[in-house]
Design a protein around this ligand. Structure first.
Ligand code: KG4
Ligand code: ZN
Length: 350
């Protein structure tokens, strides 16, 4: 371990858990030196959601070219790479297998270790790629299309989930509400943009599960509430914008109220916000307000590291490498339902 900390470490990272093929190279002194991302959004758009089989096939097409481009971008050849990190879970099984197969095959051919990384650990650690980087311990709000959770992050691999959604994730609620409004997939950012045109005249939406103690979330009722508003409206752009505004404010307020409680409960004064929904400007504004009131700080990944990407996997792989963790066997295994609390225990028994 001492050795690893002293010498330069270069990690190739592969993300393929859902509908983005991401490849990046992390250099321990220079940071991210290659970052390639291919979004399958166009492939899935006409179906209004991710089609797992199409996702797997598209990863197969894109993975190797992106690895080649990444090596070229970093001006690196395989002998410079110390390990190949890949998303081992959670995610779509076929999509994960594509990244895992590619990573394990390269690791074997290059005679380097492979490191299976937890996708959510990647999101949690992504703000550490920024100049303003959080130190452990911190509170993390993870808000993506698949997850909404509050995590007490004590150290690398020491993650306690203290609150999570009992139904839809925040991003999922954004996407489903946007779909009802007739917006394209993924609708979250489009709904947020439409909300900017709201005139504040829509009635206030409920703030689910804030009237009782606890840190869990529920967003599916809010989505239904918004749907009923859409059906009852004249569907003009202004009416939809007003509904979008009220919906967004309800989601954002709910997240902020729970963050405030979690800060009180844990005593942390550092808040990390990660996952696709952390790109939401209204959420950022309100969380900045909250943390400045508490004399604390908020940390975000830059925009391109908020949604799924290879940089966060390369960085999480680097952290695991330095901690002495790597896959033990050659067999290829992924874990589509890997609990974050078990992030240090890879499927391959590290
Ligand atoms: O982390 P991510 O790329 O993928 C998952 O692992 O889910 O998150 C994607 C989610 C989608 O639901 C998308 O609609 C949402 O993040 N999202 C937003 C915004 N930008 C992306 N939701 C609300 N406002 C945004 N500006
Ligand atoms: Zn994600």
């Amino acid at each position: 371990m001492q050795d690893h900390q002293q010498k330069t470490v270069v990690i190739l990272g592969i993300e393929s858990s859902c509908d983005e093929t991401g490849v990046a190279i992390y250099h321990s002194e220079r940071g991210i030196i290659a970052h390639q991302l291919y979004s399958q959004v166009k492939v899935h758009q006409e179906y209004g959601g991710v089609v797992p089989e199409l996702a797997s096939r598209d990863h197969v097409r894109k993975l190797m070219p992106l690895i080649k481009t990444s090596l070229d971008e970093a001006k690196m050849s395989p002998e410079h790479i110390d390990a190949v990190a890949y998303t081992q879970g959670p995610g779509l099984i076929g999509a994960l297998l594509v990244g895992a197969c590619g990573a394990k095959a390269l690791a074997m051919a290059w005679d380097k270790p492979a490191i299976g990384v937890h996708h959510l650990e990647g999101h949690l650690l992504a703000p550490m790629l920024e100049e303003k980087s959080p130190e452990y311990p911190f509170l993390a709000l993870l808000v993506s299309g698949g997850h909404t959770m509050l995590v007490d992050v004590k150290a690398l691999g020491d993650y306690e989930i203290i609150g999570e959604s009992i139904d839809d994730a925040a991003g999922e609620a954004f996407d489903k509400t946007a779909k009802i409004m007739g917006l394209d997939y993924p609708g979250g950012p489009l709904l947020a943009k439409l909300a900017e045109k709201g005139d504040g005249s829509e009635e206030k939406f409920p703030r689910p599960m804030t009237d009782r103690p606890g840190l869990d979330f529920s967003f599916s009722g809010l989505k239904t509430f918004a749907a009923n508003k859409v059906y009852a409206s004249d569907k003009s752009e202004q009416s939809l914008a007003n509904i979008a505004e009220a919906f967004q404010q309800a989601v954002v307020d709910t997240l902020v109220i729970k963050c405030k409680r979690a800060i009180k409960q844990t005593g942390h004064n550092r808040l990390v916000v990660a996952g696709g929904v952390s790109a939401n400007l209204s959420l950022r504004e309100k969380l900045a307000e909250l943390m400045s009131k508490h004399g604390g700080e908020v940390f975000y990944p830059r925009h391109e590291y908020c949604t799924d990407n290879g940089a966060m996997i390369a960085y999480a792989g680097y952290c695991q490498f330095v901690a002495g963790n790597k896959d033990k066997g050659q067999e290829i295994q992924v874990n589509p339902r890997w609990p974050l609390s078990e992030a240090m225990t890879s499927q391959l028994g590290r």
